[in-house]
Design a protein around this ligand. Sequence first.
Ligand code: IVH
Length: 689
Amino acid sequence: MGTNLEAKSRIDYLRLLLEQHNSNYYEQDDPTISDAEYDTLFTELKALESQYPEFKIAQSPTQRVGGKASGKFPTITHSTQMLSLDNVFSEQELQDFITRIGELLRLPDPLQKTHFCAEPKLDGLALALHYTNGKLTHALTRGDGITGEDVTNNARAISDIPLTLQIDKNNPTLQKIEIRGEVYMSKKTLTELNKIQQENNQKIYANSRNFAAGTIRQLDPQIVADRKLNFYAYSAITEQPFTDSHYRMLKLLSLWGVPINPETKHLRGIKQLLNYYQRIHQKRSKLAYDIDGIVYKLDNINLQQIAGTTQRAPRWAIAHKFPAEQAISIIQSIDIQIGRTGVLTPVARLEPTIVGGVTISNATLHNLDEIERKDIRPLDEVFIRRAGDVIPEVVKLVDPNRTPNSPPFTIPDNCPSCANPVTREQQQAHFRCTAGANCPAQLYQSICHFISRKAMAIDGLGKQRIQQLLEQKLITNAADLYTLSQEQLSELPKMKEKSINNTITSIAQSKNTSFSRFIYAIGIHEVGEITAQNLAQTIEAQISSPPKEHSQKCLDALLSISTEQLIDIEDIGPTVAQSIYQFTHKQENQRFLQQCLDNGIQWKKSTINTENQLLKGKTIVLTGTLQSMGRELAKQKLQALGAKVTTSVSPTTDIVIIGENAGSKATKAEKLNLPIWDENEFLKNINQS
Ligand code: IVH
């Protein structure tokens, strides 16, 4: 931030945005941005406020908790303020937090020796339950932290919330007890209820928190009962403390019949906290409910009281959030990338920004329809997302009401690489350059595909080298790679002897391949690995010539295959058949394929024993999430055993494999009385072969 004035205007802007989002979240239960996006804005505002303390104000969203009451329920003042939690996002920040508590409380060696109670941070809504002589008397939402809404009748309809505590009624300390915790909705319930909402043409909830929050504010407790909310307690308040350890307090609550999170742990020292964080992070997707981090609380309740609270959060607890996979960046320009099949993909060139620990400078914008729908233009401030290995993408504008600083993006009439006309296929989102290998960009992409790991696997060559080889006219197509000499390679910049030798060796090694890899490598539109395997298998099954002639016979058969024959092959429909036919009947492609063989590419007949295929001819549907492997790998394993994997359940389906959180397909399979495999059964069967 350059000047104070700029900082002030950014602070005002962020406050306004956050206020609007707070109202959407707490009052309408209808947020328009994700928690990660909210955290990004919040963290930026907090950082600016600490850098420019002169602009700090008590009314800032960083200083307050929650939203206004809806007016539907009577409001009651909380016994003590219902606070929020401060967040940390990194190991360093966690270390700073512990060091801070250590200094505040004069703890010896705080990083190694301090005891904490750790729990997953549930993504639900806070509820305070008041019990008198063990009976539930009232239940309050958090509201603005000072007063909450009285939703007692609704709390009674949540089966996890005990109406009576199993406590010693003669213990005066427990006569009045307030239990605070989180109401949440399981992922499974969210899916089931959204399905019903959809059938009734009602609002679909983006996440379980919103659904839970919307439910707790229903006026009819029967609706609450039907929506199967859950509850986990995270603290208890009594006039006199009944234990000195937070962890023991939660264990006692559990003894009294109040559910606490089974992952709750008593830990000592930062190392244990970080191990716990990693373990739960890895387990996150398998948990039955949504969480967005870990909460660590100083275990010693006396020390908690000494540490006290700030206006907004306790000093003795912290939320360690899982890394945001979203961040804010600015679009510097929108460029067009041309894929190997000629599709024009708009790409956002971004101000380099760290997302989940990785610097992102480019993000896909998918296609023109997407850009128009999101109204994304150069110079816009946008949320960007990156989840694991997924290609980074632009999610949306930070401020949908901004005044644009540039005209809307358009797709050019001519290909930016070869200047040939760009066409849009009917009812397709994509624009395409149809110049094929005559378009330098497509040629480059198709050679990159040709050398890739699942294709010819030439690992001694990278994309940059391909670019150089093309620029220096040392190759004009992928087949030319096989005639490259050491002298030619030495013309490339920074090519040392060792890497020249490696490249020559890896090109030579790739000559011995399989027919299916070769088919995949030549990059026929719509032909992926599996289709290539099916096509290769079908052709090879019909060929019985001496090994020396095998590759040539396969190629001849591929070049003369008819669309009727193609349609008969597993997984190949009319569109794919047409695409293969068109490719193999173009003279220039035929020349290229022959050149590949003439330059030494060859393969032996593959030895798949189709007789032993355990699932031969079976139609199988996969639904839900498998713990042991991704859907694509599971599909490939089934196909290798001869199964046909389809997406919709019908009476002709032979087996339905059901993973976690399976939805309507599982219900349909049950209704149709189809054989169902769970994950164990699936693993047993694929491992038998
Ligand atoms: S402890 C005094 N433990 O997160 C603070 N809070 O963002 C007591 N939350 O207001 C909070 N899971 O509603 C605590 N295991 C957990 C939690 C948890 C979710 C909520 C809670 C809090 C909010 C702060």
